[in-house]
Design a protein around this ligand. Structure first.
Ligand SMILES: Cc1ncc(COP(=O)(O)O)c(C=O)c1O
Length: 416
């Protein structure tokens, strides 16, 4: 059999729609400046699908810092991996500032969050160890675990009773293997916006011996009074043994970091394979991230603006009877009843009639029969945007409730 045969016959759950959906529901092209309003298929749309939480992505000061650094250093510098020839005092400076901000002894940069997380897991555990993780873990956590030769146990999303059962199981195993236990959760779950139950999880440390790794991709910069994340918000930052965040969201850049004790970070510096064997972050991204961190840390107005929008949007939608699940973060899921066909009509109506662009999630990412429209409020949005969007959503809901989207098949993606 040819290795390419399966590609020929490829059919993912969305596969049958893939050809039509491409460019519209998936791989859409948002054009123009990063903003609350961008062009999509030649028309201006109100965009709710960028993780540019604090609005730093296109902030003039950030743009200037990026451009100045690119002019001074180019994109190539430094060449090579950190360990060999890609190390600079700027990388160290950013790490020092990140560690201080998240209240850990030490931090280390990652050239992508995803690969970084894969290697963190890989470096922390060996075959004697057991990983216990949440069922809604991000793909980078799952991929990190795929490299693990020891046991791994999953607990249903945020189900602490089940986590405890798995910890009991894991404790019995590591007693025999002489290994340890690593629990992995997220701070903010990026799809539905609910928080990992960090208080309940850390409380279990009194009963079980384990280390806690938290992926706070969506919490960093958005949660907590100072903005250093879900651990701060829930008052348990000290109990997080290994803290991870990406620059892809609030920091509006590329890269990420891991923070922990000096000992752990020293070990990770020499053992994160995706960093040891890959090129270091280029200078504009490092210097640009120092600028972003300074704004995120020292200019609370960006987070305040974000939360003004978040609160108005979530309150307004709830008042209109929308189900927002259990979000406690800026991520705003709107759950509706329906299947893929309804979802395509709803999205198309929102985009074409109301010029509202948001992401849509259907089965198999969420249970069958549910549609999730996912709104990401940011500091770039205005209260008028919120009001307009709530009106558009209310109209869509009315149509859905009246059965206007029933038995209509998949919406045509041909847009004139
Ligand atoms: C929860 C979570 N972890 C990790 C990542 C990966 O980070 P990066 O985009 O920096 O690779 C993402 C997405 O960006 C994420 O949402």
């Amino acid at each position: 059999m040819d290795i390419f045969d399966k590609i020929e016959n490829y059919e993912s759950p969305l596969g049958k729609y893939m050809k039509d959906a491409h460019g519209y529901y998936v791989f859409p092209k948002l054009e123009g400046e990063l903003s609350n309003r961008m062009m999509f298929m030649g028309k201006e749309r109100l965009v709710w699908s960028l993780n540019n939480y604090l609005g730093l992505g296109n902030h003039p000061e950030v743009r200037k810092a990026d451009a100045d650094a690119a002019a001074e250093w180019g994109l190539a510098y430094p060449m090579g991996a950190r360990m060999m020839s890609g190390h600079t005092k700027y990388h160290e400076e950013l790490e020092k500032q990140l560690a201080a901000f998240v209240q850990k002894e030490s931090a280390y940069l990652l050239n992508y969050g995803y690969q970084g997380m894969v290697s963190i897991i890989n470096a922390l555990v060996d075959r004697r160890d057991v990983i216990v993780y949440d069922s809604e873990a991000h793909a980078c956590i799952i991929d990190g675990m795929r490299l693990h030769f020891g046991k791994r146990y999953v607990y249903p999303h945020n189900n602490i009773e089940n986590l405890e059962k798995e910890l009991e199981r894991a404790s019995r195993i590591v007693e025999k293997t002489n290994g340890g236990i690593l629990v992995i959760t997220e701070g903010v779950y990026g799809m539905a916006g609910d928080l990992g139950k960090l208080r309940e999880i850390t409380a279990l440390k009194k009963k079980y011996e384990f280390r806690l790794l938290v992926d706070d991709a969506h919490g960093f910069g958005t949660m907590g009074e100072k903005g250093f994340g879900t651990g701060e918000f829930l008052g348990v930052q000290d109990e997080i043994d290994v803290y991870f965040a990406t620059f892809a969201k609030s920091m509006a850049g590329i890269g990420g970091f891991v923070a922990s004790t000096k000992n752990v970070i020293d070990y990770l510096m020499y053992n994160l394979r995706s960093q040891v064997y890959a090129k270091s972050l280029p200078m504009p991204m490092v210097i640009g991230s120092i600028k972003r961190l300074q704004m995120l840390r020292d200019e609370p107005e960006h987070k305040a603006k974000l939360w003004t929008i978040v609160n108005a949007l979530q309150k307004g939608l709830k008042e209109k009877g929308f189900d927002l699940g259990n979000t406690e973060s800026p991520v705003t899921p709107v759950f509706l009843q329906g299947g893929v066909a309804e979802a395509t009509h709803i999205t198309k109506n929102l985009r074409e009639e109301f010029n509202v662009f948001c992401s849509i999630v259907t089965y198999p990412v969420i249970p069958r029969g549910l549609i999730m429209l996912r709104l990401i409020p940011t500091a770039m949005h205005t209260l008028e945007d919120v009001e307009y969007t709530i009106k558009a959503f209310s109209e869509i809901k009315k149509r859905l409730d009246e059965g206007k989207y029933s038995n209509v098949g998949i919406a045509s993606m041909v847009v004139k």
